[in-house]
Write a protein that binds this ligand. Structure first.
Ligand SMILES: [Zn+2]
Length: 388
């Protein structure tokens, strides 16, 4: 049996409903078998605290530095509650578009990367081509850091360029904001509201933290900000509270309040300092609450932490992708990717992949066939670069 082409690989990958809340092992098994069938050694990395998930990576060509790593994720966002015209897990062609969950974000690129290995095997590579496919990207990019560590532990030389193939219409994206978020649980102390001085009202304590966030937004906005921040819209870090829930009755000091708070950092902002300003404020409010009722207090649960992608000075990834695509424009995007994790680990990283982010996560997600083909041409050029 001959090896599958790019489109056949995508069809296979989309057929596995690897929504982030579910297992991705059937997909990983398929990729493992595929790699073996074309003569590439697969490295499988199980998720440590969840046996239902694994990542997979591989390398072809000489075991030397200076190669390229193509990075993708295997998970997709859910389809529940979405009104699809076709089966989301069957690739369906219509009008020059390929429909299916993940066709755009980002099993299309995964398939192209896996297919590129076949061609890489037939030529004389001077530097390696690596492919790294993660889990849990859609729920906070938490799968990339252990995957990057596993690649190093397996002895893969560090690539000179990391190309994260998120949909960018094949534009060279060199920056995005970072983000962090916490679930905040405020545990109050219930008394009748006529005696509110003896109770701790979780909602009103939450309000202190939310008001702190409002005040911080004003402060940050008034700051001059760094040069890199200026290319983003808006050109400053923002703090946002998107959900809140609490209380049981108008005359009881609220026993519980939960809210979600998140930051979107410009990549040159000091994210650590911003977060510790918040945790300092939390500690202050927590201490005041406990002085009234020792059982009261505040619990923080981090739920995502995606580092920003900082445009690099003379970055090797950027130079490579610009040379191949001819794209010399400045592009930054508003969505987070695994690129910041690669950059933090010492890689030069950019985002460049086929398809339009506007179609990601939507019902009737699709990728234009012309974009899919452009992705294939692009990776052919990456291979040519690795031969030189
Ligand atoms: Zn994605």
């Amino acid at each position: 049996m001959s090896a599958p082409n790019a489109r056949e690989i995508m069809t296979a990958l989309v057929g596995f409903p690897t929504m982030s809340h579910d297992t991705n092992l059937p997909l990983i098994d398929w990729v493992e078998d595929y790699l073996k069938s074309i003569g590439v050694t697969p490295h499988r990395m199980p998720k440590t605290d969840d046996p239902r998930k694994a990542a997979i990576f591989c390398s072809v060509g000489p075991n030397v530095a200076g190669g390229v790593v193509l990075s993708g994720h295997t998970d997709v966002v859910p389809v529940e509650g979405q009104d699809w015209a076709t089966d989301p897990f069957v690739v369906t062609e219509n009008n020059g578009k390929l429909y299916g969950r993940g066709t755009c974000d980002m099993k299309g690129f995964d398939a192209l990367a896996l297919y590129a290995l076949q061609r890489a095997l037939t030529v004389d590579l001077k530097h390696p081509l690596q492919v790294a496919l993660s889990f849990d990207e859609e729920i906070g990019c938490t799968g990339a850091p252990p995957l990057i560590n596993a690649m190093a532990a397996a002895g893969l030389p560090k690539a000179e360029a990391a190309i994260i193939g998120e949909p960018s219409m094949m534009k060279c994206v060199t920056g995005h904001k970072g983000s962090s978020g916490f679930s905040v649980h405020i545990k109050g102390y219930e008394v009748h509201s006529s005696l509110m001085h003896e109770g701790v009202n979780a909602i009103m304590e939450a309000a202190r933290l939310i008001q702190w966030a409002n005040a911080q937004n004003d402060v940050i906005r008034a700051e001059p900000g760094g040069a890199i921040g200026q290319i983003f819209t808006p050109p400053f870090t923002t703090i946002h509270v998107g959900t809140i829930k609490g209380g049981t009755a108008h005359n009881i000091t609220a026993g519980d309040c939960n809210f979600g708070i998140d930051w979107r950092f410009t990549p040159d902002d000091d994210a650590k300092a911003r977060i510790s300003a918040f945790t300092d404020k939390v500690a202050e409010v927590d201490a005041a609450m406990k002085s009234i009722a020792p059982s009261a207090g505040i619990e923080l649960r981090p739920f995502f932490d995606v580092p920003g992608l900082k445009p690099e000075d003379d970055g090797s990834s950027e130079a490579l992708v610009r040379r191949i695509t001819g794209d010399n424009g400045t592009h930054v995007v508003s969505y987070g990717t695994e690129a910041g994790h690669f950059q933090n680990a010492g890689y030069s990283a950019v985002v460049c992949g086929p398809g339009d982010i506007a179609q990601a996560h939507q019902a009737d997600e699709f990728i234009d066939i012309s974009q899919f083909e452009a992705g294939e041409v692009f990776l052919d050029s990456v291979i040519d670069h690795l031969r030189a």
